[in-house]
Unconditional design. Structure first.
Lengths: 85, 649
């Protein structure tokens, strides 16, 4: 099930989150988010957001950052920003 | 930029190295990966691998473990992986602990604070301008505000008090970060530049004064983050969006540069600078090949491209003026080189006199550098080698891995100075008079070697040197020099304890304590402060904690004089027994028999608290060491005074 759903996350995004959260890319599923694993705390969240911004050349609105709490929400925001995933 | 296959390959190698606990391979692959990848996740990936390798880094690569506490008023967490990685690439393993945002005052002042309990080796103090001098932007708004100077004074006094109070209870090394000059203000660029109390001028002055405060605190380095911000562009250094939303004071694009700056800065608190720069001649010190183009054909002087080489020569001369020794290591005919230096003197910034030694021959360069190391009594890890020939560079890297190698670019000679200054080899936060005089001292050493060949027996030779030893308190040596000796001396160092300034002060101040420095001069020159001993008398026993001597004066009886001086002071302080300690290291074999040779008896009973130590003892009442008769001794009075003061108290 997890394996199936990790494939729904674009590889580039999966790899970034895997590096930041120190987990394997297969564990990065759309529902993964802040608090669903120990590693994803508020500081890792900031790290992840900064790394994603750097990778895709986008900038998130700071007031939205705290709301982007799952992989799928981040992915949707990236799509809305026109990032090439 | 490597392609993604290479990148993935390197990441796989790092992962494998981490899994098999191969620290060397992990660091090498990481270095290659990070040189070409600008992806922040690659830095985090390396940080994660390094964290799992922290023991291996220490045991295999002798990386220095530093318990590091970050006192801060800004967000640093996203920067920590960058700090971890940069530190490992400079051979440090940081065990990082971060304090609270608003608690920096309490952490620095309260002896029960988490900082104090963490017992760090190193403390970063990273405060924002808001916290250091928060009223400055408003006070500077009209550019002529009379209250600006007073505000700066008050801020500096407050920081000085914080640092002094912290230092009085804690001996951790300190890195204090200055403030970044804001890139814009309501005065605009014209007002900022022209008005006397503009914010730009005020923060510049503030940094200047904070640096001066740091100089008065022992083991404290000022980190001028503004210099770094200016280098990369103040307009981009801070991302206002992330500063205002998350108090992140550095834009994520510069996390690596910032972490690198922090590491390079604190490094000066733990590592002495290298001492010798060996330069190649052809296509390095000058353009072209002397053997082919002749002395008139080589490029040096005011016209391009000769001026690129002139810039390099100037840089070397500047290094030399603070005591970095220059040497020539070149494959050439000696006579040709001498002729070139003579004929082209007007176009060269350096003359042969600026070099402590020259190795101009057709020998292997590794052999030449080894000879130099021996002649100058310096370890190979004190050497830097600059050469344009990639084969020569690689040969040195392989045969003399301790030597730092810089590959000069033949095509882009204008890059040589930048290449050199981007390396931390010669970084020093403190320069002493002894550093400045070093070239003369080493030249004198060569003259002494010559005299040694002509003088008949050893005693006569030593007497002919007319050596004078002056004993003085390590506090007056000056103290920075004493601590520098503790940090740098490897060969003649009986215990190799790298004490901090605060610890030396403790020896000097303690009842029955001795912190004695010895200054040496002879008819050829003043070698400056070259030796140090720390000891403590308790009851009938005086224990020698540290005794060390710069290797350039070994073998002249100065070590014996220092021991005799300690012994005499100890007797006066009521001791009857002198206890020596030897801790063997890779480098200190030359002094392994020091205590034995001075009549000490090995104490065979094992000491559980220091299993690496060998202890020796000597009965001071019957066998007190005596200073050799060829030495003239000076400066006993002040030490006698402190010793008798110890008896009285």
């Amino acid at each position: 099930m997890n394996r199936m759903s990790s494939q729904q996350v674009p590889q580039s995004l999966r790899d970034i989150l895997a590096d930041v959260l120190e987990i394997s890319p297969e564990e990065v599923t759309p529902e993964l988010g802040v608090g669903t694993i120990d590693n994803w705390d508020s500081f890792r969240h900031l790290q992840a957001i900064l790394a994603i911004e750097g990778e895709y050349g986008v900038q998130f609105d700071p007031s939205r950052i705290a709301e982007l709490t799952t992989v799928s929400l981040i992915q949707a925001e990236l799509v809305a920003k026109g990032a090439k995933l | 930029m490597q392609n993604d296959t290479e990148r993935q390959e390197l990441r796989r190698s790092i992962k494998e190295a981490a899994a098999s606990q191969d620290a060397g391979a992990a660091v090498n692959h990481a270095r290659i990966l990070l040189t070409s990848s600008s992806k922040p996740v690659d830095v985090m990936f390396c940080a994660s691998a390094f964290t799992s390798l922290s023991d291996a880094l220490t045991s295999q690569l002798h990386a220095k473990q530093l318990k590091t506490y970050v006192v801060r008023s800004v967000t640093v967490e996203p920067i920590l992986p960058f700090l971890t990685t940069e530190a490992v690439l400079s051979n440090y393993v940081l065990n990082l602990n971060v304090g609270g945002y608003g608690s920096y005052v309490d952490e620095l002042l309260n002896p029960q604070s988490p900082l104090a309990k963490f017992n760090p080796n190193l403390v970063f103090i990273l405060l924002d301008l808001e916290d250091v001098a928060g009223r400055l932007p408003n006070l500077c708004a009209d550019g002529i505000g009379a209250a600006v100077d007073a505000e700066i004074e008050e801020s500096v006094t407050r920081i000085a008090q914080l640092l002094r109070n912290f230092r009085s209870t804690n001996s951790a090394r300190i890195l204090f970060q200055g403030c970044v000059i804001p890139d814009y203000s309501s005065l605009g660029d014209v007002g900022e530049a022209n008005l006397p109390h503009s914010l730009t001028n005020a923060v510049y002055l503030l940094n200047h004064k904070l640096a001066a405060v740091c100089r008065t605190i022992s083991d404290c380095v000022f980190f001028n983050v503004d210099q770094l911000a200016a280098r990369y562009g103040r307009a981009n250094w801070r991302d206002d969006r992330m500063f205002l939303a998350s108090r992140l004071s550095v834009s994520s694009a510069f996390f690596g540069a910032y972490a690198g700056g922090l590491v390079r800065s604190f490094s000066s608190l733990f590592r002495p600078p290298r001492k010798v720069l060996c330069t190649d001649l052809d296509n390095t010190l000058w353009g072209g090949v002397l053997g082919e183009e002749g002395p008139e054909g080589i490029a040096t002087g005011s016209a391009f491209p000769g001026n690129c080489y002139l810039e390099y020569q100037r840089y070397l001369k500047q290094l030399s003026s603070r005591g970095i020794l220059l040497a020539i290591v070149s494959k050439n005919n000696d006579a040709d080189v001498r002729e070139a230096f003579q004929l082209r003197a007007a176009d060269l910034e350096l003359s042969l006199d600026n070099f402590v030694a020259t190795k101009i021959s057709w020998n292997e360069k590794a052999t030449s550098i080894r000879e130099l190391a021996e002649e100058l009594s310096l370890g190979l890890d004190s050497f830097v080698f600059v050469d344009d020939n990639p084969v020569e560079c690689e040969a040195i890297r392989q045969q003399l891995p301790e030597v730092a190698v810089i590959a000069a670019s033949v095509e882009e000679p204008w890059k040589l100075v930048e290449l050199l200054s981007s390396q931390p080899f010669f970084d020093a936060a403190v320069v002493t008079d002894d550093d400045v005089n070093r070239l003369n001292e080493y030249k004198a050493q060569a003259q002494r070697a010559e005299l040694a060949n002509s003088a008949g027996n050893r005693d006569e030779f030593l007497a002919s040197l007319e050596i004078v030893c002056t004993f003085l308190s390590a506090l007056d040596a000056p103290l920075a020099r004493s601590v520098q000796l503790l940090a740098k001396t490897n060969q003649f160092n009986l215990t190799t304890r790298r004490h901090s300034t605060a610890e030396v002060e403790e020896f000097a101040a303690a009842v029955g304590g001795q912190a004695v420095a010895v200054r040496v001069r002879d008819r050829f020159g003043d070698a400056g402060v070259v030796g140090l001993a720390l000891a403590r008398t308790k009851g009938d026993t005086c224990s020698i904690d540290s005794l060390l001597l710069s290797c350039r004066v070994i073998g002249r009886g100065i070590e014996t004089a220092l021991l005799a001086h300690l012994g005499a002071n100890a007797l006066r302080a009521g001791a009857t027994r002198l206890v020596g300690e030897f801790i063997p290291t890779k480098k200190n074999a030359p002094c392994a028999d020091f205590y034995h040779d001075h009549g000490f008896v090995k104490d065979v009973s094992a000491n559980e608290s220091s299993p690496d130590s060998v202890f020796y003892q000597l009965d001071l009442t019957t066998a007190a060491p005596k200073s050799p008769r060829w030495l003239t001794l000076e400066g006993n009075e002040s030490n006698e005074f402190s010793a008798s003061a110890a008896v009285a108290s």
